[in-house]
Design a protein around this ligand. Structure first.
Ligand code: AMP
Ligand code: GLY
Length: 423
């Protein structure tokens, strides 16, 4: 079977590695891919939003299955475009990807179906949002409604900060049209956990839990990023918490989407906060997390194609999704200056140290090939993942492996997985 993966980041490299392991797959393509993906797949220089070209490519190459990785094409209807052309594709349709594409939609859904989340109000008029702040309590959280590269969330300590925030989102359009509407919500405290799941429209099978590190600097300082590192499983996601989530959050979300006529097939990523009042949903994503995929997928026992097929065919109830009883840590190697401004084009060396080691992975996020050499081509450059029997062992190995790689302006956090010491 021939498979096409749409995307070109670390997440897609992790998906590609999983797909490559399947005995069913004879040929793997990726669009646009990156320099690392190019080592295991044939990459085509087509952008993720170029649906016509992607569909034409899939037809020309007689692709049997396409997997769409990133949020933007999903929210814009990539899956619909493939289906309309009679092609088999994995991911939510546009009317279901709205679960991530509109925070106002997802908040209203949770309220309507009694899924625990922070108290909130939606606004499409900046004056009303500003008036609301007069009687609100602080800190408070402002969220641009639409997709904003994971950056559309502002946590405001004071009324003054919040007023500036509303103006920057709704009037100055700091996040573009994502800020035409916004959500203002209660500030919650607690530990964050990411739980990814496979969904076939009716049945949900969760994957092993993970925790991301969103801020750029050590000790959770600095700006929010796409994610600077992850570990899996999260020791804080206990059996008791899982039972509550199964009952109050996971199946309820899938059923809610069906009831709304927006059957969800694909990946639902639950961003959870474990508050003192129980787990609550911070956000939904309609795709694998990046870099959550880089710690979860290397631990999955199943052939990913079997699970994806079951999601598309609505037979997920017949499959158990299973994970190794081990742990993984991923440390992102970024370009210094990310997420604001950074240089690209620096040569990267040291990849050969990963050769022949099946408990170490060097996932490419922002890389390209120039004159036969692999160079940096993004803010997040590589994701270095190691497996271990325990989280501590995996962390030690991942940090050792970060030393194998060299490039100018290499930057990383030094405390990925530090929280596990408190578990
Ligand atoms: P989101 O993109 O919605 O996950 O938000 C990005 C980050 O902002 C989350 O990972 C949290 O760290 C933080 N955040 C979002 N909503 C809240 C909230 N209601 N209370 C506290 N922190 C929040
Ligand atoms: N790592 C968080 C995300 O993929 O949204």
């Amino acid at each position: 079977m021939k498979v096409l993966i749409v995307g070109g980041g670390g997440r897609e490299h992790a998906i590609a590695m999983s797909v490559k392991k399947s005995s069913k797959v004879t040929k793997l393509y990726c669009a646009p891919g990156n320099a690392g993906i190019a080592q295991i797949a044939e990459c085509a220089p087509i952008g993720v939003m170029e649906f016509d070209k992607l569909v034409a490519f899939a037809k020309e190459k007689e692709i049997d299955l396409t997997i769409v990785g990133p949020d933007d094409p999903l929210a814009a209807g990539a899956v619909d475009a493939f289906e309309e052309a009679g092609l088999r594709v994995f991911g939510p349709r546009k009317n279901a990807a709205i679960l991530e594409g509109s925070k106002a939609f997802s908040k209203d859904l949770m309220k309507k179906y009694g899924i625990p989340t922070a108290a909130y109000e939606n606004f499409d008029d900046p004056e009303k949002a500003l008036a609301y702040l007069e009687t609100a309590s602080f800190p408070i959280v402002l969220k641009a409604d639409g997709l904003a590269l994971g950056k559309g969330v502002l946590i405001c300590q004071t009324k003054e900060e919040a007023i500036e925030g509303v103006k920057s989102i709704m009037q100055d359009k700091k996040f573009g049209s994502a800020g035409n509407r916004m959500v203002i919500e209660e500030f919650m405290t607690g530990r964050e956990v990411s739980v990814l799941s496979f969904v076939d429209g009716k049945t949900i099978r969760i994957m092993s839990s993970a925790q991301d590190h969103k801020r750029a600097g050590d000790g959770d300082t600095g700006l929010n990023t796409g994610g600077m590192g992850t570990f899996s499983p999260s020791p804080f996601y206990t059996k008791e918490i899982d039972e509550i989530c199964q009952k109050e959050i996971f199946q309820k979300t899938v059923d809610a989407m069906r009831s709304e006529g927006r059957e969800f097939k694909g990946i639902i990523f639950f961003g959870l906060m474990l508050t003192k009042d129980g787990p609550k949903v911070l956000e939904y994503n309609a795709r694998f997390g990046d870099p959550e995929a880089q710690v979860v997928l290397p631990r999955m026992k199943n052939d990913i194609i079997d699970v994806v097929d079951a999601c598309i065919d609505g037979t997920l109830d017949q499959i158990d999704v299973e994970f190794e009883d081990n742990a993984a840590v991923c440390v992102v190697l970024a370009s210094d200056g990310y997420p604001v401004s950074y240089q690209k084009g620096y040569p990267i060396t040291g990849f050969e140290a990963f050769d022949g080691k099946d408990d170490y992975f060097c996932f490419h996020a922002g890389t390209s090939e120039k004159d036969g050499q692999i160079v940096t081509n993004g803010g997040r450059v590589l994701g270095i993942t190691a497996l271990g029997d325990t989280l501590k062992e995996a962390r030690k190995k991942a940090y050792e492996a970060t030393e194998w790689i060299s490039f100018e302006n290499k930057y990383m956090r030094h405390d990925i997985g530090k929280a596990i010491d408190q578990a």
